[in-house]
Ligand binder design. Sequence first.
Ligand SMILES: [Mg+2]
Length: 233
Amino acid sequence: MIEAGKYRHVFFDLDETLWDFRRNSMETLRDLLATHEFQKRGIPPEPFIQRYHHHNEQYWTLYRQGTISRQELRTARWTTTLKEFNVHDDEFANHLSEEYLRILPTKKNLFSETIELLQYLKPRYKLHIITNGFEEVQLRKIETSGLASYFTHIITSERAGSQKPRREIFLYAFDITGASVRESIFIGDSLEADITGAKGVGMDHVLFNPERMPHAAEVMLEIHELKELRAYL
Ligand SMILES: [Mg+2]
């Protein structure tokens, strides 16, 4: 059961929980495809973006499983998508990959009421982020989008040397923040990474499911808008 009085530390996931990854990624891809005149090259931007997202998810799964490296993830999602549109140019793929990573963290879209919620929580709890992602990219997103001042500790998988849902990253987070599992709660959008991870260390958890994706998992609490948390915390 979620009991407000119990917690001192509130841990959040970043991408797709606070920072609107899909929207920011979409904007970045549209910028990039316009700059490189994909339409003129005969590549329709919207279908390309759809396929890119598809491959990106597949490669992220492989990366999480430890099957491919970070660099492979970064470039393979581009080379594979380009090949589907008959572009066989690794140099171009590398260039797009670098540009994407440069532009993405400059985007600022957050989920609605993120800042209002953090303003409410900040005087009441210690707030932290646990994110699977690259240190440099995630920190830049947090800075640029105005999230930095709300959080005491930001734990990236790169820094922790372990990724959600593995126990090690949560134990690392408890160690760094001085939090105990009993006085901590985790809020995230991913059943696979966040909820499984929190359950793995016996941590109270909330699933943020704005798209109302159907699932069969048992979760302590499920919310569809961030502001719903105020009723519990
Ligand atoms: Mg997420």
